[in-house]
Design a protein around this ligand. Structure first.
Ligand code: FE2
Length: 171
Protein backbone atom coordinates (compact mmCIF):
# COMPACT_ATOMS: atom_id res chain seq x y z
CA UNK A 1 0.00 0.00 0.00
CA UNK A 2 2.00 3.01 -1.20
CA UNK A 3 -0.31 5.77 -0.01
CA UNK A 4 -0.01 5.50 3.72
CA UNK A 5 1.56 7.70 6.40
CA UNK A 6 5.26 7.21 7.08
CA UNK A 7 4.81 7.64 10.83
CA UNK A 8 2.60 8.89 13.60
CA UNK A 9 4.12 12.26 14.34
CA UNK A 10 3.49 15.31 16.51
CA UNK A 11 0.84 15.78 19.15
CA UNK A 12 -0.96 19.02 19.86
CA UNK A 13 -2.34 19.35 23.36
CA UNK A 14 -4.25 21.97 25.31
CA UNK A 15 -2.74 23.33 28.49
CA UNK A 16 -3.99 25.86 31.01
CA UNK A 17 -0.88 28.01 30.97
CA UNK A 18 1.43 27.93 27.94
CA UNK A 19 4.25 29.78 29.72
CA UNK A 20 4.32 27.34 32.60
CA UNK A 21 3.94 24.25 30.38
CA UNK A 22 6.60 25.47 27.99
CA UNK A 23 9.06 25.72 30.87
CA UNK A 24 8.00 22.37 32.32
CA UNK A 25 8.28 20.40 29.05
CA UNK A 26 11.59 22.07 28.20
CA UNK A 27 13.06 21.21 31.59
CA UNK A 28 11.77 17.67 31.86
CA UNK A 29 12.48 16.53 28.29
CA UNK A 30 15.23 18.94 27.23
CA UNK A 31 13.23 19.94 24.15
CA UNK A 32 14.22 22.57 21.62
CA UNK A 33 11.81 25.48 21.27
CA UNK A 34 11.09 25.70 17.56
CA UNK A 35 8.47 28.44 17.56
CA UNK A 36 6.14 30.41 19.81
CA UNK A 37 2.90 32.29 19.26
CA UNK A 38 2.09 35.26 21.38
CA UNK A 39 -1.04 37.34 21.70
CA UNK A 40 -0.57 40.60 19.74
CA UNK A 41 -2.68 42.42 22.32
CA UNK A 42 -0.97 41.26 25.51
CA UNK A 43 2.34 39.84 24.33
CA UNK A 44 1.49 36.77 26.41
CA UNK A 45 2.51 33.31 25.19
CA UNK A 46 -0.40 31.44 23.56
CA UNK A 47 1.35 28.43 22.05
CA UNK A 48 4.77 26.78 21.94
CA UNK A 49 6.15 24.26 19.43
CA UNK A 50 8.83 21.94 20.82
CA UNK A 51 10.96 19.18 19.31
CA UNK A 52 13.48 16.54 20.42
CA UNK A 53 15.34 16.95 17.12
CA UNK A 54 16.07 20.54 16.11
CA UNK A 55 15.65 19.50 12.46
CA UNK A 56 12.00 18.59 13.07
CA UNK A 57 9.41 21.37 13.13
CA UNK A 58 7.74 20.00 16.27
CA UNK A 59 6.97 16.88 18.26
CA UNK A 60 4.57 18.61 20.59
CA UNK A 61 2.55 21.81 20.43
CA UNK A 62 1.19 23.33 23.64
CA UNK A 63 -1.87 25.51 23.14
CA UNK A 64 -3.18 27.59 26.01
CA UNK A 65 -6.86 27.34 26.90
CA UNK A 66 -6.85 29.24 30.19
CA UNK A 67 -6.63 28.59 33.92
CA UNK A 68 -10.33 27.69 34.31
CA UNK A 69 -10.33 24.88 31.73
CA UNK A 70 -11.28 21.48 33.18
CA UNK A 71 -8.47 18.91 33.20
CA UNK A 72 -8.50 15.48 31.55
CA UNK A 73 -11.01 13.10 33.14
CA UNK A 74 -10.37 9.47 33.98
CA UNK A 75 -12.37 6.83 32.08
CA UNK A 76 -13.22 9.30 29.37
CA UNK A 77 -12.75 8.47 25.71
CA UNK A 78 -9.61 10.11 24.35
CA UNK A 79 -5.89 10.10 24.82
CA UNK A 80 -4.40 7.93 27.57
CA UNK A 81 -0.81 9.07 27.32
CA UNK A 82 1.90 10.46 25.05
CA UNK A 83 5.08 8.37 25.02
CA UNK A 84 8.62 9.70 24.68
CA UNK A 85 11.11 7.16 23.47
CA UNK A 86 14.50 7.32 25.18
CA UNK A 87 17.63 6.34 23.25
CA UNK A 88 19.14 4.09 25.92
CA UNK A 89 18.22 2.41 29.19
CA UNK A 90 20.71 4.76 30.90
CA UNK A 91 18.78 7.75 29.55
CA UNK A 92 15.59 6.31 31.02
CA UNK A 93 17.36 5.84 34.37
CA UNK A 94 18.35 9.49 34.25
CA UNK A 95 14.73 10.45 33.58
CA UNK A 96 13.73 8.37 36.62
CA UNK A 97 16.16 10.34 38.80
CA UNK A 98 15.01 13.66 37.32
CA UNK A 99 11.38 12.95 38.14
CA UNK A 100 12.31 11.82 41.64
CA UNK A 101 14.40 14.93 42.25
CA UNK A 102 11.39 17.07 41.31
CA UNK A 103 8.94 15.07 43.43
CA UNK A 104 6.82 14.25 40.37
CA UNK A 105 4.69 11.18 41.13
CA UNK A 106 5.21 8.29 38.72
CA UNK A 107 4.90 4.56 38.28
CA UNK A 108 7.02 2.09 36.33
CA UNK A 109 5.92 -0.85 34.20
CA UNK A 110 7.94 -3.61 32.53
CA UNK A 111 6.34 -4.58 29.21
CA UNK A 112 8.92 -7.27 28.38
CA UNK A 113 10.09 -5.61 25.14
CA UNK A 114 10.04 -2.19 26.75
CA UNK A 115 9.96 -0.48 30.12
CA UNK A 116 8.00 2.69 30.78
CA UNK A 117 7.77 5.38 33.43
CA UNK A 118 4.31 6.95 33.70
CA UNK A 119 3.57 10.42 35.00
CA UNK A 120 1.54 13.52 34.19
CA UNK A 121 2.24 17.07 33.12
CA UNK A 122 1.10 19.98 35.34
CA UNK A 123 -2.41 19.83 33.80
CA UNK A 124 -2.83 16.08 34.21
CA UNK A 125 -2.04 15.07 30.62
CA UNK A 126 -0.70 11.49 30.68
CA UNK A 127 2.94 10.96 29.72
CA UNK A 128 5.29 8.03 29.43
CA UNK A 129 9.06 7.93 29.01
CA UNK A 130 10.18 4.54 27.81
CA UNK A 131 12.98 2.43 26.43
CA UNK A 132 12.25 -0.31 23.88
CA UNK A 133 14.56 -3.12 22.88
CA UNK A 134 15.54 -3.34 19.21
CA UNK A 135 13.29 -5.74 17.27
CA UNK A 136 15.94 -8.49 17.01
CA UNK A 137 16.12 -8.69 20.82
CA UNK A 138 12.38 -9.19 21.36
CA UNK A 139 12.52 -12.97 20.99
CA UNK A 140 8.73 -13.02 20.48
CA UNK A 141 6.26 -12.33 17.70
CA UNK A 142 3.70 -10.32 19.60
CA UNK A 143 5.35 -7.66 21.75
CA UNK A 144 2.83 -7.47 24.61
CA UNK A 145 0.51 -10.44 24.94
CA UNK A 146 2.86 -13.43 24.90
CA UNK A 147 3.98 -14.74 28.27
CA UNK A 148 7.68 -14.09 28.74
CA UNK A 149 10.38 -13.21 31.16
CA UNK A 150 10.36 -9.71 32.50
CA UNK A 151 13.20 -8.09 34.40
CA UNK A 152 15.49 -7.54 31.43
CA UNK A 153 15.82 -3.86 32.24
CA UNK A 154 17.77 -3.45 35.46
CA UNK A 155 17.76 0.06 36.87
CA UNK A 156 16.89 2.35 39.75
CA UNK A 157 13.25 1.20 39.41
CA UNK A 158 13.99 -2.41 40.48
CA UNK A 159 12.48 -2.13 43.95
CA UNK A 160 9.50 -0.09 42.75
CA UNK A 161 8.80 -2.65 40.00
CA UNK A 162 8.87 -5.58 42.38
CA UNK A 163 6.11 -3.91 44.42
CA UNK A 164 3.76 -2.76 41.64
CA UNK A 165 1.25 -4.94 39.83
CA UNK A 166 1.41 -5.00 35.99
CA UNK A 167 -0.39 -2.06 34.41
CA UNK A 168 -1.84 -3.65 31.28
CA UNK A 169 -4.02 -0.66 30.47
CA UNK A 170 -0.98 1.48 30.01
CA UNK A 171 1.03 -0.41 27.40
FE1 FE2 B 1 2.47 3.51 26.31
Amino acid sequence: MPHKPVALDHVNIFVRNAELSHRWYTEIFGLHTQDMLTSPATGKLRAAFLACDPDHAHDIALFEVGEDAPGPQKKQVGLNHIAWRMGTLEDLAEMYERLRARDIPFSVSDHTVSIGIYFSDPDGNGLEAYFEQPRHEWRRERPFSEPGAKGRFPGPWDEMLSQSPPAFARS
